[in-house]
Write a protein that binds this ligand. Structure first.
Ligand code: PLP
Length: 388
């Protein structure tokens, strides 16, 4: 049996040692100096001005959409069907309207022409997901959004280190979201981050992270202006927005600092693994025309070249027999527009109009690509798949 889990060795002894050391030597455990240190290190690694550490990637989505609604007003947000649930539920939660557009097969991200054809005067943002390590952006889309002055929000929760023309995904838009959930490129067990170069957007996100409290702002002028506007309220208990508590802890930040040291080396191994996998997969049987430029995948995407229920059933049975862990439908389980929480809110939208998303939904899956996965196992996995 092949025995390949989705993720392996993602929390190492040195990460645990760092956390234990912090517990032994510090009495500050909630959001404090270590969180700030991790935010600074993450900003440097990514190449952005501000990073805000939160308790999950989903929280990063919720805060980002809430801040977008406050600063840009109500309206539509262009979203992909291949993404995680919180990329859509955060749009609903902020009182914005999701508009689904179909994806490309070679990046699994939204098709640029489809996005552009759905832009109108009510579009408040394009919320693009870089799926499973692929860069989902194109210069054409960036140019069009810039010309129309429409913000791009990047969800990079599955694509830490992916890039376009040598520039990291997560640095192109108004803001970006990352997740540090256990199964991702690096982990703080649970965790996420919002990144932006925009000072006002950053301050708004700070409010949402911590109950909406004005004392969380680092812009002293903004803080003062709230205090002056509401003289009947005590500045230390001034709640400016209907906020959340989505802070993380010093322990998660300590783990993040320790993990970040290994991220680039781990990503280099993942890139090698992915190339080996895709080079050995039979292109007659499986889709292999993926956009490899700048991709850093923590997963191997397995997609039938020709849709067949029978073949897909055989594929999943074989992987189970080999104890290879997999997720059907890729990110988020496939076409998100088919999910009940979407259908209840968009009853007249037909999810089957998203043709490529449906192919991925019914005939695609992913298995794990972790840095310690042996080359022989990758070749053996290809052999097993190619025999089907
Ligand atoms: C694209 C995408 N966005 C958001 C999330 C949510 O991240 P988290 O699990 O940290 O809440 C995920 C989770 O896996 C994801 O894949």
């Amino acid at each position: 049996m092949l025995n390949i889990p989705l993720m392996d060795n993602n929390i190492m002894p040195e990460d645990i040692d760092a956390v234990v050391e912090h517990l032994r030597t510090s009495d500050r455990l909630t959001n404090g100096p270590k969180v700030m240190e991790f935010e600074k290190a993450w900003s440097e690694w990514l190449g952005v001005k501000h990073s805000l550490f939160v308790n999950s990637g989903a929280s990063a989505n919720y805060i980002t959409m809430a801040a977008l609604r406050d600063l840009y007003g109500p309206g539509e947000v262009i979203v992909p069907p291949i993404t995680w649930s919180s990329d859509i539920s955060s749009v609903f939660a902020a009182g914005l309207t999701p508009v689904f557009v179909d994806v490309d097969m070679n990046t699994l991200a939204m098709n640029a022409d489809e996005v552009i054809s759905h832009l109108n005067e009510n579009t408040r943002a394009v919320f693009l997901t870089h799926v499973l390590g692929f860069n989902g952006l194109s210069q054409r889309l960036l140019d069009e959004l810039k010309a129309r002055n429409i913000p791009l929000i990047e969800d990079v929760c599955e694509s830490h280190g992916a890039s376009m023309n040598g520039k990291k995904c997560g640095t192109f838009g108004l803001a970006s979201n990352f997740s540090f959930y256990y199964a991702h490129h690096m982990s703080t067990i649970e965790g996420g981050v919002i990144c932006t170069d925009d000072d006002r957007f950053y301050q708004q996100c700070r409010l949402y992270r911590s109950h909406g409290m004005v004392r969380e702002l680092t812009d002293e002028d903004l803080k003062r202006s709230y205090a002056e506007k509401y003289p009947d309220l005590r500045p230390e208990f001034l709640f400016a927005v209907p906020g959340y508590n989505m802070r993380s802890t010093e322990l998660n930040a300590v783990m993040g600092l320790s993990q970040l040291k290994r991220l680039d080396a781990n990503n280099a191994k993942r890139v090698e693994n992915w190339k080996l996998f895709v080079d050995h997969l039979d292109p007659e049987k499986y889709f292999t025309d993926f956009a490899m430029d700048g991709a850093v995948n923590y997963a191997f995407v397995v997609m039938l070249r020709r849709p067949s229920e029978e073949k897909f059933r055989k594929l999943t049975e074989t992987l189970r027999a080999e104890n290879v862990e997999f997720r059907r439908g890729t990110a988020g389980g496939g076409n998100m527009a088919r999910q009940p929480f979407v259908r209840q809110r968009m009853p007249s939208f037909d999810p089957s109009t998203l043709k490529n998303a449906d192919v991925i939904h019914f005939y695609g899956l992913y298995t794990g690509n972790h840095p310690t996965l042996e080359k022989e196992k990758i070749l053996k996995l290809c052999e097993v798949l190619n025999r089907l």
